[in-house]
Design a protein around this ligand. Structure first.
Ligand code: HEM
Length: 413
C-alpha cells in the first residue's frame, strides 16, 4: 500500500473542466505542498517538480513497460479484445526498457537521420500552403483551426514520410483516434477497448501490406530506410516494423497538432508577443521553444516503478504507476525565472517536453520544423486572425497529451 499520509485537502482532479482549461494553479500547489503526491482517484503518483521529473525520466528504477502488468490484470474478455494492440504496443520503442529498447533504437537511428528529416522541409511548406489556400477559398470566416489546419498538416507530413497516400487521411485519423483513447489514457469513454482494438487492427493490416509491397518494389525514402535499417547485421522483425510505423504515425501526429494549436492560442492570447514575432521573424525558433515549455503538448509521461524508489521521504513501490508531470516541471520557478510568463525571447529554455534520457524524442527536429513553418505561414496569410469570442477553445479530455480538441478562430478578425 502506498504511503498516503499527506495533505488531504489537496485534490488533483484532471477531469474537472476548470483544471483541464488551466491546470497550472493546481500544479503550482502540488509543487509547493506535495511534490510527490498520491492520487487516490488515479491510483498513481503525481510528480511535479522539475528536478524530480528530470531525474525520474533518467532513472533506471522506472520502467516504460506498463502494458504487461495492466494486461495481466484484465478480465479474460477484455484481454482477448486487447491481445493484438498489446502485442504491437509491447514492440513500440516507447514502451520497451533496455536491453530491448537499446537494440531497437540503435536500428531505428539509421532511418531517423538529420538528412531524412531535412528532406521533408519542402513538403511541409507545400502542405502548409495547400491548407492555407483551402482555408482562404472556403468562403467562411469562422473555422476550427484544429480541424482545418493543425490536424491536417502533421498528418500529411507523417503520411508522406511513411509513404501513405494523403487521401487516406480520414481513415488514418479515425484509426489513430481509436487507438489514442487507449494510449492517451482518455477518460469518460465506455467503449475505449473496442475502439482501440479496431483502430489497431486496421492500422496494422494496412502497414503490413504496405511493407510487403515496398519490400517487393523498393522506393527510396524513410520507410525503405526503416525496412533496410541494420545495426551490426540486426534488423527489425516484421512485427517490429509494423509496430514502428504505427508508433511513428502516432507519435508524430497528435503531438505536433497540439504544438501548432497551442502556439496559435498562446500567440493570440498574448498579442504583445505576437507583435514581437511579427517585428522579428527570427524569433520563431525561441517562440516554438517557449510554447513547448509554457503549455506544451506533453502534459505528462507515464512510468511504472521497477524497483522501490525513495523521493522526498516517500517510497514509490515496485509496480505502482507514476505520472511524471512534464508541463508542471516546465513551470517550476526553481528552474525558470518568471516561469508563469510567456516570453518568446526566453533563452536557456531547458524544457522537458521532448522527454529526457534514453527515450528522448526521435522526431523533435521534424516537429520543431513543422511548428515553425506552420505558425509563421498561418499568421502571414491571416494577419487579422483572432480567437472566436463566441466559442471558447475546448481542451482534450486526456492526461498525457495537452492540446485543444477545438480551437474556434476568425480568419479575418
Ligand atoms: C511537438 C511534437 C512532439 C512532442 C512534444 C514529442 C514528445 C515526445 C516525448 C516526450 C517522447 C518520450 C516519451 C517517454 O519518455 O515516455 C517522445 C518519444 C518519441 N517520439 Fe516524439 N514528440 C513529438 C513529435 C514526434 C515526431 C514528429 C515523431 C516522428 C516523426 C516522433 C517520434 C518519437 C519516437 C519514435 C519516440 C520514441 C523514442 C524512444 O522511446 O526511444 N515524435 N516524443
Amino acid at each position: 500500500m502506498p504511503d498516503t499520509s499527506r495533505p488531504e485537502e489537496l485534490v488533483y482532479d484532471p477531469t474537472d473542466p476548470a483544471v483541464m482549461a488551466d491546470p497550472f494553479p493546481v500544479y503550482a500547489r502540488l509543487r509547493e505542498e506535495d511534490p510527490v503526491h498520491w492520487s487516490p482517484s488515479l491510483r498513481s503518483w503525481i510528480i511535479t517538480r522539475y528536478t524530480d521529473v528530470r531525474d525520474l525520466l533518467l532513472s533506471d528504477t522506472m520502467s516504460v513497460n506498463r502494458l504487461l502488468q495492466f494486461y495481466e490484470s484484465l478480465p479474460p474478455a477484455d484481454a482477448m479484445l486487447l491481445r493484438d494492440i498489446v502485442h504491437y504496443l509491447n514492440l513500440w520503442l516507447a514502451f520497451r526498457d533496455p536491453p530491448d529498447h537499446t537494440r531497437v533504437r540503435r536500428i531505428m537511428r539509421h532511418a531517423f537521420t538529420a538528412d531524412a528529416i531535412a528532406t521533408m522541409r519542402p513538403q511541409i511548406h507545400e502542405i502548409s500552403d495547400l491548407l492555407l489556400d483551402r482555408l482562404a477559398a472556403a468562403g467562411t470566416d469562422d473555422v476550427d483551426l484544429i480541424r482545418e489546419y493543425a490536424l491536417q498538416l502533421p498528418a500529411f507530413v507523417i503520411m508522406d514520410l511513411l509513404d501513405v497516400p494523403r487521401d487516406m487521411l480520414d481513415e488514418f485519423k479515425e484509426w489513430s483516434d481509436d487507438m489514442a483513447v487507449f494510449i492517451g489514457g482518455a477518460r469518460n469513454s465506455d467503449d475505449k477497448y473496442e475502439r482501440a482494438a479496431r483502430g489497431c487492427r486496421h492500422m496494422s493490416d494496412y502497414f503490413r501490406k504496405l511493407i510487403e509491397e515496398r519490400t517487393a518494389n523498393p522506393k527510396p525514402g524513410f520507410l525503405m530506410d526503416l525496412i533496410n535499417a541494420r545495426d551490426e547485421g540486426d534488423k527489425l522483425s516484421d512485427d517490429e516494423l509494423v509496430a514502428t510505423c504505427i508508433l511513428v504515425l502516432f507519435a508524430g501526429h497528435e503531438t505536433t497538432t497540439n504544438l501548432i494549436g497551442n502556439a496559435t492560442l498562446l500567440l493570440l492570447r498574448h498579442p504583445e508577443q505576437l507583435d514581437r514575432l511579427r517585428a522579428d521573424p527570427e524569433l520563431v525558433d525561441p517562440m516554438i521553444e517557449e510554447v513547448l515549455r509554457f503549455d506544451g503538448p506533453t502534459n505528462a509521461l507515464v512510468r511504472v516503478v521497477a524497483r522501490d524508489h525513495d523521493l522526498h521521504g516517500r517510497t514509490l513501490r515496485e509496480g505502482e504507476r507514476v505520472f511524471v508531470m512534464v508541463n508542471s516541471a516546465n513551470r517550476d520557478p526553481r528552474m525558470f525565472d518568471d516561469a508563469d510568463r510567456f516570453d518568446i525571447t526566453r533563452d536557456q529554455n531547458r524544457h522537458l517536453t521532448f522527454g529526457q534520457g534514453i527515450h528522448l524524442c526521435l522526431g523533435a527536429k521534424l516537429a520543431r520544423e513543422e511548428g515553425r513553418i506552420a505558425v509563421r505561414k498561418l499568421f502571414e496569410r491571416f494577419p487579422d486572425l483572432t480567437l472566436n469570442p463566441a466559442e471558447p477553445p475546448e481542451w482534450l479530455d486526456a492526461m498525457v497529451p495537452r492540446g485543444t480538441r477545438r480551437l474556434p478562430v476568425r480568419l479575418n478578425g
